[in-house]
Each structure stands twice: as C-alpha cells, then as structure tokens.
Design a protein around this ligand. Structure first.
Ligand code: HEC
Ligand code: HEC
Length: 216
C-alpha cells in the first residue's frame, strides 16, 4: 500500500465508523431470507443483470457481482445523501433500510459470473495493465493495484474493478468531479480517487478500463 498516511487515516476512520454500524445492524433482524428481501434483490437485478454482471445499454449499468460489501453500502449511502449524484439510484436507495442495504451488499458479493463484455477492440490492454500495476510516475498516478489489489478484487472500502464494464469505468473516471464528492461539507472516500481520475488522459482511461473489464 503506497497511499499517503493522511488518506489512510481518513480511510481507517471511515472503516471504523462503518463496522460499528454494521455490527448493530447485524443484531437487527437479518432480512436475507424474507420475501421482501427477495423482491428487492430481484428488482436490483432488473437493471444490474440477473447475476449482477451489469448490463450494456445506452447507459451502462455497473456490475455489482463480487463487489466489496463495504464499498457497496458506502455508495448506497452516498446516493441517499446526494454526495454521489445519480437521480435513478437516489430513488432506488433512499427507501432501503440499513439492514436491507447490508443484506443486498452481501448477496451481490456472493455472485461470481464471468465478465460481461470483452475488451473494447480499440483499447490498448497491454498499456492498461502497465498503468494498473505500475502507475504513471510522470503524472503522479500511483499504481491502481496499490489500493484496488493486484487481482483488482478490491478490499473493504476499496472497490473491486475486475469484470467491471469498460464503458462504465470510462464514464466514472471522466466525470468524477461532477458525480462524486458533491457535498463539500461532508467529504468522503471519493476524494482519494479525485486527483487520480484527474491526472489520467482519455487514452489512458480507455486502456485501463479495457484491462480491468476482462479480469475475472
Ligand atoms: C432502474 C435501474 C436500476 C435499478 C432498479 C437499480 N439500479 Fe443501481 N444503478 C443503476 C445505474 C444506472 C447505476 C450507475 C450510476 C452511475 O453511473 O453513477 C447504478 C449504480 C449502482 C451502484 C454503484 C455501483 C458502483 O460500482 O459504484 C450500486 C451500489 C447500486 N447501483 C446498487 C443497487 C441496488 C442494491 C439496487 C436494488 C435495491 C439497485 N442498484 C437497483 C441503475 C439501477
Ligand atoms: C490511493 C488509493 C487508490 C488508488 C491508487 C486508486 N484508487 Fe480507484 N478508488 C479508490 C477508492 C477509495 C475508491 C472508492 C471511492 C468512493 O468510495 O467514493 C475508488 C474508486 C474507483 C473507481 C470507481 C469504481 C466504481 O465502481 O464506481 C474506479 C473506476 C477506480 N477507482 C479506478 C482506479 C484506477 C483506474 C486507478 C489507477 C489509475 C485507481 N483507481 C487508483 C482508491 C484508489
């Protein structure tokens, strides 16, 4: 792990806070087996794919399968609090109870379909792999692997990128400032990615998006 210690402090703080709530939530009724839960899980899958593999339409629906539960719950909270800007997911998320969020996150984490799409034919996967593992020193871009893991499966609040749709990854990295960290009075983990997304060129984003999208 190469990130700076102040960032690490912020992450540990966020993680500690999160695990306290999670323990409390676990003591509340676990809805994983209830009909309400199944209906909700099915509803998520109408957009995110029957195995949580994502969906490629005019608007890419991200893969949730195998995603880190902590990251997933963090994002649902970010949509609800409008720190992350997305009207569709605000409507979906704001009705979820904390125990339902946790249960859905655990279920999606347990799914393991193959990556949905092959790589984009124009993108340079070899260059993407180099950026992922080594970073780009001259533009101050650390290796993605130092936070997202060598296998891109993520950990805790660091999301999995393996198998994520390349057009979704492309969109997120290109629009970071407009979508994430939208409540300046309530900064969150999106600040860690902001300078990284900012320092990548469009061609570099395409390359790294193509690389991670084909990882199982
Ligand atoms: C009507 C379609 C739709 C439904 C239903 C839906 N989602 Fe989404 N979801 C989206 C879209 C579109 C995005 C991408 C938003 C963006 O581009 O930032 C998304 C993004 C997400 C993300 C962020 C993923 C990431 O990698 O950061 C999570 C988490 C998520 N949805 C969870 C859920 C859960 C849980 C449910 C069911 C309760 C659900 N979604 C139902 C459309 C939907
Ligand atoms: C210093 C640690 C760190 C490094 C290095 C890093 N990331 Fe991230 N990344 C994060 C964190 C933390 C998040 C989650 C942000 C949040 O919760 O809002 C994230 C989120 C993302 C997302 C959004 C995922 C989603 O599902 O919406 C993408 C895409 C991403 N990173 C790509 C990359 C790429 C590509 C690189 C290398 C060029 C990279 N990251 C390097 C910490 C890092």
């Amino acid at each position: 792990m190469h990130f700076r210690s102040s960032l690490l402090g912020a992450i540990i703080f966020a993680l500690t806070n999160l695990s306290t709530t999670t323990e409390a939530q676990q003591k509340a009724a676990a809805p994983a087996e209830s009909q309400t839960f199944k209906a909700k899980f099915d509803y998520c899958k109408t957009c995110h794919g029957i195995q949580g593999q994502g969906f490629r339409g005019s608007y890419p629906m991200p893969r949730l399968a195998g995603q880190q539960p902590e990251y997933l719950v963090n994002q649902l909270q970010a949509f609800i609090e409008r720190r992350r800007n997305n009207p569709v997911m605000f409507n979906v998320a704001h009705v979820l109870s904390p125990s339902m969020e946790k249960a859905l996150a655990e279920q999606f984490n347990g799914l393991n379909p193959k990556p949905l799409d092959g790589t984009s034919p124009k993108a340079d996967v070899t260059e993407g792999k180099r950026i992922y593992l080594e970073g780009i020193q001259k533009s101050d871009v650390p290796p993605c692997a130092s936070c997202h893991g060598d296998d891109a499966k993520g950990r805790d609040a660091f999301p999995r990128l393996a198998g994520q749709l390349h057009d979704y990854v492309y969109k997120k990295l290109t629009n970071w400032d407009k979508e994430r960290g939208q409540d300046k009075s309530n900064p969150d983990n999106s600040a860690i990615m902001q300078p990284i997304a900012h320092n990548l060129s469009e061609a570099q984003i395409k390359a790294v998006a193509a690389y991670v999208s084909q990882l199982e």
